[in-house]
Design a protein around this ligand. Structure first.
Ligand code: HEC
Ligand code: HEC
Ligand code: HEC
Ligand code: HEC
Length: 443
């Protein structure tokens, strides 16, 4: 082997190597969450237990995607081989740091099940490079905990080092930005926030996901007026999703006769998210607008959205086509036909961003993403307008004609969930918002 080839290989190995020197730490260096929660941080412990942070490794869909898609795919395709370890850098960070990868399955009840634990976040001292992404944390587990303030009462269990990073959204970006092996930003919640209005106004991720309230941060400590709740509520909390976008509907006329055409406009305002909506696992998530007209006899007409004509729009209008063929790699079905791309009523507007595999097919495998399509999601505080035309049938009932709009959200496209046997709750349809208006149909 020539020196050049050898040094390229070494270089590649170095690049692929994570920021942490693996095996420098052992599981014993990290306390269990129960240790932190049992006597002192009782409240934070129970809050954390309810959040996805404590389930990042054990959650059903994570287990299925990692063990049934990512690991087999990584073993077959050199290009994505790194994800076999890499997924754990964010989902089971301690196992990743100590080099226990792939970790045992969740049912084995190993320490990987601790997921993103107290010790993970409170051992983080910083991140390498300019941009936080792909678990580029630096950690220093031990007697010193890194956090945003020093308490008035000295902790009997540890020392506290005040860390500015913990007060900043940049801290969250370490795991909430992800680049695929193809160099594509497949998760960019932090970058979306950074370029949006909230970060400019100094509103951090913590302000919406770790809200401040009067509470004790430790059982023996004082009550702080601004203690940081460890709730981390997001897509798995229907209450967090609800009301994210407001809808107003207005028809162009208030009276019409059968045979006439009504133009209906929907304005949708993202009042709630500090990043785009949907964000995070965007490859899985869809938000869609379903509009119906209901006449005085109760007859329902589904109204398809009017096309706008932008590039890539076909991915934003529900249709009866197949996608996600690259699941066939892990499943060893070379000519896999795919499953329904959208699996919702045809003609509905979908707010999403499609991910494409190296062959240009839509994928839900973010590690196999070589390019991104049109970004038709809601930016923070953005208002989108959609229009619908309804040519009133000659036999439409005289009287009140209602228009009803529903904005729905789904964490995982239902066809994919069915194909992979992901429990139904992951593809539950969550109502974001709804609105009703009406006109009079006259003779
Ligand atoms: C060490 C990595 C790591 C850090 C640091 C981190 N997160 Fe997370 N976070 C995760 C992982 C992994 C999940 C996914 C859990 C799952 O599997 O669904 C998650 C889930 C979440 C969720 C729930 C999403 C849902 O689907 O309901 C929210 C909200 C969240 N994080 C907010 C934050 C905020 C705010 C910060 C910064 C204060 C932060 N995270 C820092 C790794 C991290
Ligand atoms: C995803 C990362 C993450 C996890 C997991 C996490 N924390 Fe925190 N914690 C933070 C951040 C960030 C802050 C500081 C927030 C701020 O002040 O803006 C914090 C603050 C704290 C504080 C100080 C609160 C205050 O208001 O002064 C305590 C105590 C604490 N965490 C304990 C825990 C315990 C115990 C657990 C496990 C049950 C835990 N943390 C899990 C990120 C995390
Ligand atoms: C102004 C409030 C606000 C700010 C600031 C904010 N978020 Fe959110 N976040 C929300 C709301 C509302 C949702 C629920 C709707 C959704 O899923 O986007 C959400 C959802 C999420 C989710 C779930 C996404 C998914 O599909 O799994 C994650 C993860 C998350 N936020 C992380 C962050 C991080 C990291 C930051 C900072 C970089 C941040 N958020 C800043 C309001 C906020
Ligand atoms: C850079 C950190 C990071 C890496 C690397 C990473 N993830 Fe995640 N993953 C997250 C975060 C953060 C979330 C949750 C919040 C969101 O959707 O924004 C998440 C969410 C998920 C979800 C969706 C959970 C749900 O219930 O909707 C699955 C499944 C998942 N990851 C699997 C994987 C697999 C498999 C890999 C490796 C190929 C991987 N992740 C690599 C950070 C990461």
């Amino acid at each position: 082997m020539g020196t050049l080839t050898l040094s390229i290989i070494i270089l590649l190995t170095v690049v692929a190597k994570p920021a942490i020197a693996q095996e420098a730490f052992k599981y014993e260096n990290f306390k269990k969450p129960k240790y932190c929660g049992a006597a002192c941080h009782n409240d934070f412990y129970v809050q954390w237990q309810q959040s996805m942070m404590s389930k990042a490794y054990t959650h059903h869909w994570d287990e299925i995607e990692y063990f049934e898609l990512a690991v087999p795919h990584a073993e077959k395709d050199e290009k994505v081989a790194e994800v076999k370890e890499g997924c754990n850098g964010c989902h089971a960070p301690i196992s990743f740091i100590v080099g226990d990868v792939p970790p045992p399955r969740p049912e084995m009840n190993s320490r990987a099940n601790e997921s993103v634990s107290c010790e993970v976040c409170h051992s983080i001292t910083g991140y390498e490079g300019e941009v936080p992404f792909n678990f580029n944390y630096t950690v220093n587990p031990g007697k010193t905990k890194y956090s945003s303030r020093k308490s008035e009462v000295d902790s009997p269990a540890h020392e506290i080092q005040v860390s500015k990073l913990h007060k900043s959204g940049d801290f969250c970006g370490i795991c909430h930005n992800e680049k695929s092996p193809y160099g594509v930003w497949v998760k960019s919640t932090h970058l979306e926030w950074k370029e949006g209005p909230y970060s400019a106004e100094g509103v951090q991720c913590q302000d919406c996901h770790m809200p401040k309230t009067a509470a004790r941060t430790a059982s023996m400590g004082a009550i702080y007026p601004d203690a940081r709740m460890h709730i981390f509520n997001g897509a798995h909390d229907n209450g967090k999703i609800r009301g994210t976008v407001e809808i107003r509907l207005y028809p162009d006329i208030d009276e019409a006769e059968p045979g006439e055409e009504v133009l209906l406009t929907a304005t949708l305002f993202n009042q709630k998210t500090g990043h785009k909506f949907p964000t995070g696992s965007v490859e899985d998530r869809i938000v869609w607008l379903h509009v119906e007209a209901i006449d005085a006899n109760g007859k329902v007409y589904h109204l398809p959205v009017e096309k706008k004509g932008f590039e890539g729009e076909e991915y934003t209008i529900a249709s009866d086509v197949l996608a996600y063929q690259d699941m066939g790699i892990a499943k060893e079905i070379p000519d896999f036909q795919g499953v329904q791309r959208d699996a919702i009523p045809v003609g509905n507007r979908i707010f999403r961003m499609p991910y494409f595999d190296p062959q240009g097919r839509m994928t839900i495998q973010q590690w196999n993403t070589a390019s991104l399509g049109v970004d038709y999601r809601f930016a923070p505080r953005e208002t989108k307008t959609e229009t619908f035309k309804f040519a009133l049938p000659d036999d439409i009932a005289i009287g009140e004609l209602k228009f009803a709009a529903k904005l729905n959200y789904q964490k995982l496209v239902s066809s994919v969930a069915k194909y992979l046997n992901v429990p139904a709750e992951e593809s539950e349809i969550v109502l974001v918002n709804e609105q009703v208006t009406s006109i009079e149909i006259i003779d």
